[in-house]
Design a protein around this ligand. Structure first.
Ligand code: AMP
Ligand code: MG
Length: 344
């Protein structure tokens, strides 16, 4: 039997960033923190290195990767066109949690774009991620550093739990500040289309562009069978713990009652909700995700993983209004629940 690779976790500092950059330059994989979630990086210009990402994650081949750049520099050959809207949004939101989908340039291997004519680009704001990108001197393809289908990792330990034995190094930069993945906006067509909501909100994009982007089909509800997704990632099972997840929509007393009813009808269940509801749901097993949506986004994935560690069979997840950051939270929650939602 082949020996498994030993996976090291090293605190992110100058020396570990240098070591990580060396691994990336040599065609290897490194997990690193960003302000959104932990990413699993490889040299985006090296087809073989990029294939390693798909293998380590068990990621379907048709799901393209986001290419990460240091600060706002856009090296030649990555895109074949740069629309005005892209320049405007790069100026407004880079570095930061906004990914732009643009017509692909000749330097991008097909494995990165999964055969699509476009490429997704982002400049992360996280200082450690930027230091790594600068030290490697390469564009780095990096999806979330989880095993495909699992909740995205927001701690180095989550990466270790999923990818231990498959990658040589995890840089530990503590908990990710935002906790959900970047906003993905497609600028490759006639009009901007939001493919994945994130902490750069639809409203903020609308204000910067002078017109609110259209929400892609399949982003907030399942695509009709047979319809091709604009973003292949939309088709795949995502963000899901092993426990069954059900999402409960609603407001006020009706919401609290529905959460109680779902809990009382289930066995071995855990309610995940806003802190404000905790008192009203006692003495049931419940865990607060935070006082507001920002905090809830930061803790959602860790809480889903914890539910598995604590062997709950069902997670009853409180829904929020689909506006602002709530749109991104609900996008992740709906997918974690396999679109099983109750309430109005
Ligand atoms: P991940 O980094 O694992 O969170 O996933 C990256 C997301 O970006 C997935 O939902 C992909 O489908 C999406 N994505 C990456 N590249 C493209 C592209 N060229 N066109 C559309 N969506 C993309
Ligand atoms: Mg992912």
């Amino acid at each position: 039997m082949a020996c498994r690779m030993k996976t090291k976790i090293r605190l992110l500092n100058e020396a570990s960033v240098e070591e990580a950059a060396g691994i990336l330059r040599a065609g290897g994989l490194v997990a690193f923190p960003t302000e959104t979630v932990y990413g699993l990086g490889a040299n985006a210009l090296d087809e073989g290195a990029v294939r390693g990402i798909f293998l380590a994650k068990g990621r379907p081949q048709d799901n393209p990767l986001i290419v990460h750049l240091p600060k706002s520099e856009l090296p030649a050959g990555l895109v074949s066109a740069l629309p005005d809207a892209a320049e405007c949004l790069m100026e407004a939101f880079w570095p930061g949690p906004l990914t732009l989908v643009l017509p692909k340039g000749p330097k991008i291997p097909d494995a990165v774009s999964a055969g699509l004519p476009t490429v997704a680009l982002r400049a992360p704001a996280h200082e450690g991620a930027q230091a790594l990108l600068r030290a490697a001197g390469l564009p780095i393809a990096a999806p979330s550093a989880n095993a495909s289908g699992r909740p995205s990792p927001t701690l180095a330990r989550h990466v270790f739990d999923d990818l231990s034995g498959k990658i040589p190094l995890i840089l530990d930069g503590g908990a990710c500040e935002i906790g959900i993945e970047s906003t993905v906006l497609d600028l490759s067509g006639a009009e901007p289309v939001l493919l994945r909501p994130g902490s750069v909100t639809l409203e903020e994009l609308g204000a910067a562009l002078g017109k609110t982007p259209r929400l892609g089909r399949g982003v907030m509800r399942p695509l009709p069978a047979g319809e091709r997704a604009l973003s292949p990632g939309l088709l795949h099972r995502h963000y899901a713990p092993r426990a069954e997840v059900i999402l409960v929509r609603g407001e006020g007393e009706a919401l609290v009652q529905r959460l109680k009813d779902e809990y009382d009808a289930a066995e071995n269940a855990l309610i995940l909700c806003a802190d404000a509801l905790l008192d009203r749901l006692q003495p049931r097993n419940c865990q607060g995700l935070g006082a507001d949506e920002r905090r809830m986004a930061k803790t959602l994935f860790a809480a889903l993983r914890q539910a598995d560690e604590r062997s709950f069979s069902k997670v009853i997840l409180q829904g929020v209004a689909e506006e602002g950051l709530g749109l991104a939270l609900m996008n992740r929650a709906l997918r974690a629940a396999g679109f099983r939602a109750v309430g109005p």
